[in-house]
Ligand binder design. Structure first.
Ligand code: CS2
Length: 437
């Protein structure tokens, strides 16, 4: 079968990408189905030189196919049985940071580049990470040309966090010419598999090795702090606001907290995908109670939104069987994800004098997951930057790289966790859920 390219795309060929105005760091599935789509739509609405130069930090797994395909790829919107393909061509360049760092630095220093977006995962937000070093080297050479650095990773106050890291390297004057808008991004975009490539072949009649499958839902809420201008993302459905906080809380706790719950409980019970985990007997009931009794009281949602309704819509999204989102993919990097997804919920409930039953069940499930075997004894991989420390820790709650202060000394919390751990050991996830009915 022919490969997708400008020459073969025919009717579905997108308009040529405009000149580069954005550099994106992190060429994962999420970027291709989220910021790239918003940007293509914004350009279609209002124009502008906002072509995206995509930078793959380490892996060439997406970069090479993209280069081979004239930077075209398809986003397959997966809605139950229905698949809607769209070929994107909004990337103006694609580069490999590990082998051509100078070219990336030059690009970051180019005044025509007015935005850097990042999807580099939670673990890159620490001093000295390779991607942060690269960004800092590029910024140093800009000599004050205006730019916005837009974190699109699932961290609380992601813009502020990035600003702190950049200011620590470049000094406070960097903020005079640099915006650091916080953003909330949301779209489920699982890693592509052979099944995704096969679907692309079916619907496009072409081989696309850079395709991604994604859910229909897509959201982007961002603060308007773009000293060098921005694409008309608002005309493409993004919400521009002066406070992302309330959206961020919902996303982190009521969407991702529940996603992680389904990942750990599901992986232990042998559910390969998120939708299968949600369909386990008793699971929906428990995650609904997790949302209503543990998560909702800790959040102040935006006007007109209730946590329960938001949570229900998240559950409907997780039930999308066409996504085949692997529980083990969502379970990855738990030490980096759980603080903002789950531990904040537990800390807030404990500070209010309550014991969050369901949130502690999820924590106990993660602790069991870390030990490396499912309920039926099948080994479970621990893909986590702190894997060694997690596996050898005599007392996980005492790991201050993961747990907020106070957890280790909270005897009530320890008691509750011990109860759940015992129940999971004796009855497994399914038996424990059954006991909660
Ligand atoms: C997932 C997220 O892999 C994960 O940790 O929970 O990537 C999730 O699918 C997206 O953030 C949804 O917007």
């Amino acid at each position: 079968m022919e490969r997708l390219s400008r020459a073969t795309a025919g009717d579905v060929a997108p308009a040529p990408a405009p000149a580069t105005g954005i550099v994106h760091l992190g060429l994962g599935a999420f970027h291709r189905a989220h910021q790239a789509v918003f940007t293509a739509d914004a350009i279609a609405e209002a124009g502008g030189d906002w072509g995206i130069a995509a930078v793959a930090p380490r892996s060439r797994a997406v970069l090479d196919p993209l280069l081979e395909q004239d930077l075209l790829y398809s986003v397959l919107t997966l809605d139950g049985e229905r698949v809607t393909p769209r070929v994107l061509g909004v990337h103006s360049r694609a580069l490999h940071a590990a082998s051509e760092p100078e070219a990336v630095e030059r690009l970051l220093a180019d005044p025509a580049v007015r935005i850097v977006t990042l999807t580099v995962t939670e673990k890159a937000y620490r001093p000295g990470s390779a991607v942060l070093d690269l960004l800092v080297r590029g910024l140093r050479a800009r000599a004050g040309a205006p730019i916005a650095l837009v974190s699109c990773d699932n961290l609380p106050s992601n813009g502020r966090r990035l600003r702190e890291l950049v200011v620590a390297e470049l000094g406070p004057s960097i903020v005079d010419s640099t915006g650091f808008p916080s953003t909330m991004v949301d779209r489920i975009v699982p890693a592509s598999t052979d099944a995704t490539y096969a679907t692309a072949r079916d619907v496009l009649g072409l081989e696309d090795r850079a395709t991604v499958g994604a859910e229909p839902f897509s959201a982007w809420v961002l603060e308007d702090d773009f000293p060098g201008g921005r694409p008309a993302w608002d005309l493409a459905g993004a919400v521009v606001t002066d406070d992302v906080g309330p959206w961020e809380g919902l996303k982190l706790r009521a969407v991702l907290g529940v996603h992680s719950a389904l990942a750990y409980l599901g992986a232990l019970a042998g559910a390969p995908t998120i939708d299968r985990s949600l369909a386990l007997p008793g699971m929906r009931d428990v995650v609904e109670r997790f949302i209503a009794t543990d998560i909702a009281p800790t959040l102040c949602p935006p006007e007109g939104v209730t946590v329960e309704r938001f949570g229900q819509s998240a559950l409907a999204r997780f039930a999308n069987a066409a996504l085949r989102h692997r529980t083990l993919q969502v379970a990855m990097d738990g030490s980096q994800k759980l603080p903002q997804r789950l531990l904040g919920t537990i800390a807030d409930r404990r500070a209010a004098g309550s014991m969050p039953l369901y949130a502690t069940l999820v924590l106990a499930a993660w602790m069991r997951f870390v030990r490396g075997s499912a309920d039926d004894g099948t080994p479970l991989p621990l893909d986590d930057p702190l894997a060694d420390r997690l596996r050898s820790a005599p007392d996980l709650l005492a790991l201050d790289a993961v747990f907020p202060p106070g957890f280790a000394d909270d005897t009530e919390l320890r008691k509750q966790l011990a109860e759940w751990t015992g129940a999971l050991e004796r009855h497994g996830v399914l038996g424990t859920l059954a006991g909660l009915r």
